[in-house]
Design a protein around this ligand. Sequence first.
Ligand code: PRP
Length: 186
Amino acid sequence: MSKPQHAMQELFSQEALARRVAELGAQISADYAGRDLVLMVVLGGAFIFAADLCRKITLECSLDFVRVASYGAGLESAGAIRLVQPPSHRIAGRDLLLVEDIVDTGLTMQWLLHYFRNQQTASVRFCTLIDKTERRQTDLVADYAGFSCKEGFLVGYGLDFSEQYRNLPAIYTLLDAADHAASPNP
Ligand code: PRP
């Protein structure tokens, strides 16, 4: 791959990601045995994590996809949230596991949990690859979290900076983070 335009430092290697995703898949497989599991993937950042995670889940399960848009101050996701791509399949009576790449302020996930808990689902929980805590504005506790970190603008493995770097196979911290202060993930 050509040299990235921004300086960055590896935070979670490909190997560490693969190991942790396999552990999460095993844990989810054990916890949801006998249930009607739907992995509800929150597009777009979670697409790579979800693709790897679902192949480490040894149960029959369904996949569905939603996309949200948020309107807030600047590039932050702190404003009103709406569903721009709703689920495509039946969810009533089923066990939903929302799959996210990153929970930052927590506002997106809080909104999604509230939305889906009003849809006659059997249960709604969430799994995030990265649980980033410094800017948290809610008291959410992840049901499954791959890695916790405090801060930093993270890219790679689905995470982007202005749609760049989603295809990097590991996760990196952008080093000139001050330049991205208006949008420290997402
Ligand atoms: C990211 C991430 C979450 C949200 C988390 O999405 O995928 O959906 O931000 O932020 P919060 O906890 O502060 O609400 P983003 O808006 O960057 O879109 P993307 O998934 O398309 O990258």
